[in-house]
Design a protein. Structure first.
Length: 352
C-alpha cells in the first residue's frame, strides 16, 4: 500500500471517529429542562408554605389542600424521564471517557501505519510478501535515488523494481549504479538477465552481439560472487538460452547447494533432465537405477559423488556388477547398457 493510500485511509478513519466522538464530547442537553424546573420550583414553594403553616386545627383544611397539590407535583416529576447527568456529576467518568476515545484514535492511526501494511501479507508466501513490500517501498526508493544518487540508493531502487517486476525501471537503476561502480555482482547479473530476456518482455529483438554482451555480464557476476546462489541460478538460465544444457545443470545444481530451500531452479532442471533422458539411453538408465542415491546429476546424495570419483573404468564396472558396501549389485547390466553407463561416468569425472 502506497503512502498516499495510507494517508487517505487514515483520514477516512479519523473522519468516521469524529462523527461518532464529537457529539459525545458536547454537554448533554435536557429537552424537558424548563418543565422540570417549573415543577421543582412549584414543589419547593408548596413545601415552604406547608412549613410556614401554624400547627393548629384551624389550618388543617389548608394543610390538606397543600399536601394534595404537592403530591400531584411529585407524581408529575416522577413521570418525567430521568434528567441526563450534568458535567459536574460526570466528573472523572467524563474525563476517563475522553481519554479512552483519544486512545482509540491514536491506536487506530498507529494500526493504519503499522498493522495494516503487515496484515496485507497474511496468507502470502515469502515471494509474494516480498513483492508487496517492494511495491510499498518502490516510490520512496526511486525518489531517494533521484535525490541522492549513489550505489546504495540506485541498488535499493533497482532491487525493489526487480522484485516488483518493474523491469524497465530496474534496468535504469542498475545501469546508473554500474556507471558509478562496475564490479558489482548483483546489478551485473540482474542487468544481464534483463537484457538477455528483453525480447521475451516485449522489447526489441537482441542481436547476437547484444546477447553475447548480456551473457558476459552474467558470467562476470558469477565469477565475482561464486558463493552467491543467485549468481548460479541466473547463469544456469542464461546457459540454457545458449543451448548449453549440461553446463546449465552444473550451475543450477550449485544453486541448489548454496540455497537448499530455493525452488526457482526445480522446473528448469526437471525439463532439462527429461529432454536429456529421452535423447540419451545412458542418462535414462542412470536416472532409473542410480540417481536416488548419487544425485540427479551424479553430484552425490546418500551415496558419494560420481563426478569427484577417481575410479577407473574397470573398477567402476566391477562395483556396478557386483556391488560394494551398501550399494547393491546390478549383474543384469551388460553390453551396451553397461558401456553407455560407464561412458557417462567417465565423462562426468573428466568434466570435474
Amino acid at each position: 500500500m502506497s503512502l498516499a493510500l495510507l494517508l487517505l485511509l487514515l483520514i477516512m478513519v479519523l473522519a468516521a471517529l469524529a462523527v461518532v466522538i464529537l457529539p459525545l464530547l458536547q454537554p448533554l442537553r435536557d429537552p424537558l429542562a424548563q418543565q422540570r424546573s417549573d415543577l421543582l420550583a412549584e414543589r419547593d414553594q408548596l413545601y415552604a408554605e406547608l412549613l410556614g403553616l401554624p400547627d393548629t386545627p384551624e389550618q388543617d383544611h389548608t394543610r390538606t389542600a397543600l399536601e394534595v397539590k404537592a403530591a400531584r407535583v411529585l407524581r408529575r416529576l416522577d413521570e418525567l424521564p430521568a434528567a441526563p447527568p450534568t458535567e459536574e456529576r460526570l466528573g472523572r467518568s467524563a474525563q476517563a471517557a475522553r481519554i479512552g476515545w483519544l486512545a482509540a484514535v491514536l491506536l487506530t492511526a498507529s494500526a493504519t501505519l503499522t498493522f495494516v501494511p503487515q496484515w496485507q501479507k497474511l496468507g502470502l508466501d515469502a515471494a509474494e510478501a516480498a513483492q508487496v513490500t517492494a511495491a510499498q517501498r518502490l516510490p520512496g526508493l526511486r525518489a531517494a535515488a533521484q535525490a541522492q544518487p549513489s550505489v546504495v540508493t540506485y541498488n535499493a531502487w533497482g532491487d525493489a523494481a526487480f522484485e516488483q517486476a518493474a523491469y524497465s525501471e530496474a534496468m535504469r537503476a542498475y545501469t546508473e549504479s554500474l556507471k558509478l561502480e562496475t564490479q558489482q555482482a548483483g546489478p551485473l547479473r540482474r542487468l544481464g538477465t534483463l537484457l538477455l530476456n528483453r525480447e521475451d518482455m516485449g522489447g526489441p529483438t537482441l542481436s547476437d552481439q547484444e546477447a553475447g554482451q548480456a551473457f558476459a555480464l552474467i558470467r562476470t557476476a558469477a565469477q565475482l560472487a561464486p558463493d552467491e546462489a543467485e549468481s548460479h541460478l541466473l547463469l544456469g538460465y542464461a546457459l540454457v538460452k545458449f543451448g548449453q544444457e549440461e553446463q546449465a545443470l552444473t550451475a543450477l545444481e550449485r544453486y541448489r547447494e548454496l540455497n537448499p530451500q530455493g525452488r526457482d531452479a526445480d522446473e528448469l532442471i526437471s525439463s532439462i533432465r527429461t529432454a536429456q533422458n529421452s535423447a540419451s539411453p545412458a542418462l535414462a538408465l542412470y536416472a532409473a537405477s542410480c540417481a536416488s542415491c548419487h544425485g540427479p546429476a551424479g553430484g552425490g546424495g546418500l551415496g558419494p559423488s560420481l563426478r569427484k570419483s577417481n575410479l577407473s573404468r574397470e573398477a567402476a564396472a566391477e562395483i556396478i556388477q557386483h556391488g560394494q558396501g551398501s550399494m547393491p549389485a546390478y549383474p543384469d547390466l551388460q553390453d551396451e547398457d553397461l558401456e553407455g553407463l560407464l561412458n557417462l561416468l567417465m565423462e562426468w569425472q573428466a568434466d570435474d
